[in-house]
Unconditional design. Structure first.
Length: 139
């Protein structure tokens, strides 16, 4: 949206842009284009209000169409093992046996609360910069 020399009221902007719930990809892209245009300049109070409304509509559409599911515990563990090149034998202290480690990594066995806490502690202690919690490994 280009800034106008004469300040429009919020009502004028609503009439001009007619914001409404976004239902299609085309409407989503149009709203994004308007918001991106608004980001390039200084906004009046009315434009800021419209901007905030459009952002809420965009976020609502994205939440319903592009939402990310929470990672499954097995996928989280697989990713960490791969990323940090962890040998399954390193996790025997958490799970009791290599077989159990393999079953958990393959998603064949769930992680208990105490195992989840131990996994978080294991990775946080051995790899700086991580701040995992038991929740990261629980269903």
């Amino acid at each position: 949206m280009t800034s106008t020399s004469s300040q429009q009221t919020y009502t004028d902007l609503l009439i001009q842009y007619q914001p409404k719930p976004i239902k299609t990809e085309l409407e989503y892209n149009r709203a994004l284009k308007v918001v991106e245009g608004m980001m390039s300049g200084e906004l009046t109070e009315a434009e800021t209000t419209l901007f905030e409304l459009l952002v809420l509509l965009i976020e609502n559409y994205e939440e319903h169409h592009y939402s990310l599911e929470k990672s499954k515990p097995a996928a989280t563990l697989q990713s960490l093992i791969h990323e940090f090149d962890v040998e399954p034998t390193s996790l025997v202290g958490v799970f009791g046996s290599v077989e159990t480690v393999t079953e958990v990594v393959n998603g064949q066995r769930q992680v208990s609360r105490s195992q989840a806490e131990s996994l978080a502690q294991f990775f946080n202690d051995h790899y700086s910069g991580l701040s995992l919690t038991a929740v990261d490994f629980e269903h």
